[in-house]
Design a binder for this molecule. Structure first.
Ligand code: PLP
Length: 406
């Protein structure tokens, strides 16, 4: 496999620093990822040499920025294999993508008594916007439960789908459990009843290759900052037939065709959904990050991360006092655990003093914690630049936690 981890780590300047006189071990990748030098350079160069607002100027810089922004859209299109760049909407991130869709889809298609299905393992970003919509429209949110291993009970979905179901929203990879959900199967079932499906890909695009045409999802959302790109940029993918039908979720500059005080007509796709000056430098930075990921190979990344996940799982379980949450056979690179008898926060604090960054708490997935009747977990999430030594450091850290609190 052409995946030289020592070389790759050098691409990420932040990783070479010390924290509390220890080498930084960064395992908070589910929250946000670090940026490779090429992405940092790209953003820096843009501010230094090319910055200009897009779509509006006739001058050189504006035309160059417009071209780069639209090329970035094509890079995203090819990265997720969308049929057209019209289907790629730039947003500030997954949360914005889902909120925008909830407003737009809700305005057009949701009526009193309608039902929207989500799963018990959703991130709050894929619960609350739908709940708010349901409150506005007097519609109903239904929830597919999961088993204690962290596997969705799809037989419940079969029972839940009915003539009132308007949309199914499902997390591709659980940020709290690591489960890779069988989205293809869910989409097939939904489409048998002509129900569209939104896939929350915030934790999947960076770990597994995503082909939206093969998946056949109707909508797909992800965030740039979780895939080595800057913050404040994300994607809402939608099939063109849907995006054509849906009303815009924000009004303002650029998304219009003709504005009069009597009536406004809207711009064509994808601009209809991009009101105001977009984060064009973020979009160009995202394209740079996707090019970087592509150059390493998404499959190579997946294989590397899976090896680390298996090592971590085995070593933590071998300690005999660690409980793992999320033990589905089909998993991505998330180790969500509790050291028996120790509050996750205490574990996180001790690990931090050893230079190890993990996340503690509910991971914006409180229903997952409610499922297990726990306050939270410690989450170590693996990225392409982590290595086996860091897994060992995590395990050593957990041993220290046990000695201190056990
Ligand atoms: N969905 C999932 C599965 C996530 O893990 C996250 C972030 O952790 C989000 C949505 C929200 O992403 P963002 O905060 O970038 O909008």
């Amino acid at each position: 496999m052409n995946f030289n981890i020592d070389q790759i780590r050098k691409d990420f300047p932040i990783l070479s620093q010390q924290v509390y006189n220890r080498p930084l071990v960064y395992f908070d990748n589910g929250a946000t990822t670090q940026k490779p030098q090429c992405v940092i350079n790209c953003i820096n160069d843009y501010h230094t040499q090319h910055n200009s607002s897009i779509h509006r100027g006739v001058h050189y810089l504006s035309e160059k920025a417009t071209e780069d922004y639209e090329n970035a859209r094509k890079t995203v299109q090819h990265f997720i294999n969308a049929a057209s760049s019209n289907e790629i909407i730039f947003t500030p991130g997954t949360t914005s993508s889902i909120n925008g869709l909830a407003f737009s889809f809700g305005e057009r298609y949701i009526r009193e008594g309608d039902e929207i299905i989500v799963t018990e393992m959703e991130h709050h970003a894929n619960i609350v916007p739908w709940q708010m919509l349901c409150e506005r429209k007097k519609s109903r949110l239904r929830v597919i439960p999961f088993s204690d291993e962290g596997i969705l009970k799809l037989e419940e979905l079969d029972r839940m789908i009915n003539e009132k179901t308007r949309l199914i929203c499902v997390i591709h990879v659980s940020n709290a459990l690591g489960t890779i959900n069988p989205v293809n199967e869910i989409i097939q079932k939904a489409h048998q009843h002509n129900i569209p499906v939104l896939v929350d890909g915030a934790q999947s695009v960076q770990h597994t290759s995503v082909d939206v045409q093969q998946m056949d999802c109707d909508f797909f959302a992800f965030s740039g900052h979780k895939i080595y790109a800057p913050t404040g940029i994300g994607i809402l993918y939608g099939k063109e037939k849907w995006l054509d039908e849906l009303p815009p979720f924000q009004g303002g500059g650029d998304m219009v065709d003709v504005v009069t005080f009597e009536k406004t007509t809207y711009n064509s796709l994808p601009f209809k959904f991009e009101a105001g000056t977009p984060n064009y430098i973020g979009a160009i930075g995202l394209a740079s990050a996707l090019d970087y990921v592509t150059s390493l190979g998404v499959e190579n990344i997946a294989q590397h991360e899976l090896t680390l996940l298996h090592q971590g799982t085995e070593k933590l379980l071998n300690l005999g006092y660690v409980k793992l949450f999320g033990t589905a056979p089909h998993k991505s690179s998330i180790l969500s655990f509790i050291v028996n008898g120790v509050h996750p926060y205490d574990t996180g604090m001790v690990l931090d003093k050893m230079g190890i960054a993990v996340r503690t708490g509910t991971h914006c997935a409180q229903p997952v914690m409610q499922h297990y009747g726990i306050e939270g977990t410690v989450r170590a999430s693996v990225a392409l630049y982590n290595n086996a030594l860091e897994i060992d450091a995590l395990v050593e850290g957990v041993k220290k936690v046990k000695t201190m609190f056990g």
